[in-house]
Design a protein. Structure first.
Length: 168
């Protein structure tokens, strides 16, 4: 009986992880501006996710984040980041991502698509991790590419980005 329960649990868990369809508000965007180790979070994020690990061609993810919900834990820095010098939230209140493909390379999954920040849209790729609690997209972008960097050298504007979508 105990073995049957374990088999049922493993089978059910695999089925749940193999296919996820959801519209979520339980998502966050965390970032680290690497040059000066500045951490932050964007909390107001809406995501539509359709992930079928058995049919990746039918999988997709899209989302919008309200830049006004950005927080670094420093109110003065947050106000400055939302100003016209950086994100210019009065003119560009959202940033968005729309996948063009989700693929498997080796034992890893990747979502490629178009990221729009301010009036700049560029192709990016995120590594996708799946757990029982969340689907997480990790990648690196360059803030200078989107006009939201205090530095003039592209390499110095590197930002690690992590988008976490709760599956609970």
């Amino acid at each position: 009986m105990k073995n049957l329960l374990v088999i049922l649990f493993v089978t059910f868990s695999t089925a749940v992880i193999a296919q996820i369809n959801m519209d979520a508000k339980a998502a966050t965007v965390d970032f680290v501006f690497l040059k000066d180790n500045t951490f932050g979070t964007v909390m107001d994020v809406n995501v539509s996710l359709s992930l079928n690990l058995n049919d990746l061609a039918s999988s997709s993810v899209s989302g919008k984040a309200q830049v006004s919900s950005l927080s670094t834990g420093n109110a003065m820095r947050d106000k400055h980041l939302k100003s016209k010098n950086y994100f210019e939230t009065e003119v560009y209140p959202t940033m968005s991502f729309e996948s063009s493909s989700i693929v498997k390379k080796g034992d890893k999954y990747f979502a490629k698509g178009m990221l729009t920040i301010k009036d700049v849209t560029k192709e990016v790729s995120f590594e996708v991790s799946i757990t029982d609690e969340a689907v997480v997209f990790n990648g690196t972008i360059f803030a200078l590419d989107y006009g939201v960097s205090p530095v003039n050298k592209r390499e110095n504007s590197k930002v690690k980005v992590s988008v976490s979508i709760s599956t609970n």
